[in-house]
Every structure is written in C-alpha cells, then in structure tokens.
Design a protein. Structure first.
Length: 410
C-alpha cells in the first residue's frame, strides 16, 4: 500500500453552472478499477494513473479549481470508506485494499485479489492548494466502514479482526489520540462472522453493525465500568436476509434502515427497523428495490430514501465485460410509523455509478461515475427531485478521474 504523498495536480477549468454559490466536492478514485474496467479497447494495458483523493471547488463565475493527491483507496469496499470531520477540514480515508504494483498488467481476466489493507488516514483538506496526510493509524485487517460520532469527537471503524471487530478512535485536533477495540460478541462454530458496516445513532449512545455471515444487524450500547467504556449487545440481532449490507439511522433515531441484497430481484429489499432503547427491536417495513441495491442515502428530514441499484445480473459484469451497465434509482417515502412506500423508480445511464448522496438541502442527489457513458473519464452529476418524485438531470456536471467511486459535497 502507498502511504506517501507522491504528487499533487492543481488545475483550473470551466464548467456550466447556474448557481452563484461556491460548491466544493471530495472525490475518491481507484486506479485499479479504472484500468480493469476495459475503458480502452485493448485487451490488456499497464497502469497509467494512481489512486487519488481530489478536491474540486467551483466558484461563482463557474471556474473549477481542482487538486489531487495520490493515496491508496479501493472501490471494492463499503460506501463508508470516508468520513469528514465536523469542521470540514479533515477527511478520514480507509485503505481497505492496496494497489497492484506498477508493473502489474491488467486484462479482461483480472484477478480481484488486491493486497489487504489495514490503515486509516487523516487528510488535511482545509486548503485546496495544500492537501496533505497529517496522521495515519493501523486499525486492523480489511477495514470496511468508518463513521464520525454525532459530536464529532470520535470515529468508529469495522475491521476483519476476530474479537476486535469494532474500533473506536478518540480524536484531538482532528488527529488520532486513543484507540479502543471491541468484540461484536456474536460468534458461531460454523465460521467467522464479519462486521462489515457501522452506523452511529444520532444520540451518540448506540451503534448499528451489519454482521454479514450472521445475516443480521446488531445494536450496541455504551456501558461505563470501572475498567472504562464497554460495548454491549442491545437486544437480539435483527435478521435481515441473505446479504445485509449498509445501514443508517434516521435523523430522529427512531428507525434504522438496512439493505438486503439477493441474487433474485424479489429478495432485494430496503428494510425499516424500529429501534428500541430497551432492545426490543422489530422490523417495521420491507420494500423491494431494484436488482443489486448498492448504496442508499436518507433525506435530511428523514422522510425520503434514495437507493442506487445496479440492474445487471452480475455485480461486476460491467467491469469484466467492457459493457455499459444498467442502473436505476429507487425513491421511497418513510412515514411516522416506519412504513416504507415506493415513490418512484428511474433508469440512469452510465458505466459503473459508484455512489449516491443527497445534498444538504435534500432537493438534489449527487452521483459519482467511474466512467461516464462513452467518455474515458469519471464524472459527478447532479439530479433534482421534483414534487412528483421525478428525477431531472441538472447541467452541473464535473469531470473526475477514471475509477471515481465516491463523491460528496462538502
């Protein structure tokens, strides 16, 4: 894995924008994904770029300022591979996988066994002209998700380390200070159970953790003891389905939403779990999504949820077959009783759409593309949601490096 800042790229260019407000985006790009995707027509090729973190800033005149630094990151990970500090000056980046060596040849017969990662980076993004790594920490094998606490004072990370699957990191001046390791306490004689996703309750008192092989979402509470703060299971884990993936609490903390992914379209679901502080959790609602639901995000007021689906039968069909993938976006309403209602489903063109996020207003969603249609570059693209839950493509679109797999508006 690469932990050293190799170079930075600083450039200006123009883009069509209607808003006079300054916009700032953080973008992660995975070079291994870009080269493996067959974006060029040759059957094999050598590395031509590196993994990177890019900050893009659009001023009121429509001029785009962009700067990148090289740091290892991987598309083959959770959407929660980055967390942003409360003051928006620091990005915490998981290195769940390493990069292939520069000499590695890529082909359509790519082996996805990338080197295992174990590092969390703190990157100073306060000055777009001077992006730099300010701290690193070894969190354990194959970290899968990182989230910031509601008070902004600590991070939670899930890793593939038996009896130390949940990591808490206390922060000081946005740097790593103390590390605490906790077991998820759900084990089986049939094999290891991995913690693959984590969400922090808005109160800061509880976690939701996805336990992949157990096919459940487990809830945890903090307990103060004479030996320090401990994590304890809060009630029985909630059964989700064949492959539970991402979770997220609603802003009011009353419900936890989860995705179940299955090979059959009928079993791909968005699930609403009623959270109970006494541990009596229950499933409030289930609704079918599109095929291969990848990620979802919750509207700022908690009343709408947007889900990104990859409609191809095979998850990596696009990457291995050099074809245009078929994506859709499912929009759901969530009522006061936790009931989900399907509001709309829209097809979206593009190759390898990797992430989906609401903006702060909740009126627009931001998509990141590892390749945008016939282009050999990535892109971030905004869509507006109207009062009838229809999606409308906006003119604001910014070119990004190949292999872009995450974008967020800062």
């Amino acid at each position: 894995m690469r932990f050293t800042l190799l170079f930075s790229i600083f450039c200006f260019f123009s883009v069509n924008v209607f808003s006079q407000e300054i916009a700032k985006y953080l973008v992660l790009s995975d070079a291994d994904t870009a080269l493996a995707a067959g974006l060029q027509k040759e059957l094999s090729q050598y590395r031509t770029q590196s993994d990177s973190l890019t900050i893009i800033q659009i001023d009121s005149s429509g001029t785009v300022i962009k700067n990148s630094i090289v740091l290892s990151n991987s598309m083959i990970s959770n959407a929660k591979s980055v967390a942003i500090s409360a003051d928006k000056t620091t990005a915490y980046i998981l290195q769940s996988r390493g990069e292939f060596p520069d000499s590695m040849r890529y082909s359509t017969e790519l082996d996805w066994k990338l080197p295992i990662g174990n590092t969390l980076l703190a990157v100073d993004i306060s000055d777009i002209t001077d992006l730099k790594i300010i701290d690193t920490i070894n969190v354990g094998k194959s970290p899968s998700a990182v989230v910031l606490s509601p008070d902004g004072k600590s991070l939670a990370v899930t890793v593939y380390e038996k009896h130390s699957e949940i990591i808490r990191i206390l922060l000081e001046d946005n740097r790593f200070k103390y590390v605490f390791r906790h077991p998820h306490a759900v084990y089986s004689k049939k094999g290891n159970i991995r913690a693959t996703d984590i969400s922090w309750h808005p109160s800061g008192k509880y976690f939701a953790v996805t336990l992949k092989e157990d096919k459940t979402v487990a809830f945890y509470k903090f307990i103060e003891t004479t030996y320090g703060t401990k994590l304890a299971l809060l009630g029985a884990p909630v059964e989700i389905g064949r492959l539970p993936t991402n979770t997220e609490f609603t802003p009011d903390g009353r419900y936890c939403l989860a995705i179940n992914r299955d090979n059959t379209e009928a079993k791909n679901e968005l699930i609403s779990i009623k959270f109970d502080e006494n541990g009596n959790h229950s499933i409030a609602s289930r609704q079918q999504t599109g095929r291969n639901p990848r990620y979802f995000d919750i509207f700022p007021d908690g009343k709408k949820i947007v889900v990104l689906n990859q409609e191809d039968p095979e998850f990596f069909a696009t990457i291995l077959n050099d074809s245009t993938s078929h994506f859709s976006i499912s929009l759901f309403d969530l009522n006061e009783n936790g009931t989900l209602t399907k509001a709309e489903k829209s097809k979206i063109a593009g190759t390898n759409i990797q992430s989906i996020k609401f903006d702060k207003s909740g009126k627009k969603i931001l998509l990141s593309y590892s390749q945008y249609q016939e282009s050999e570059r990535g892109r971030i693209q905004s869509y507006r949601i109207d009062d009838d839950n229809k999606l409308h493509k906006m003119d604001v679109e910014v070119e990004t490096p190949q292999g872009t797999h995450f974008a967020i508006k800062l």
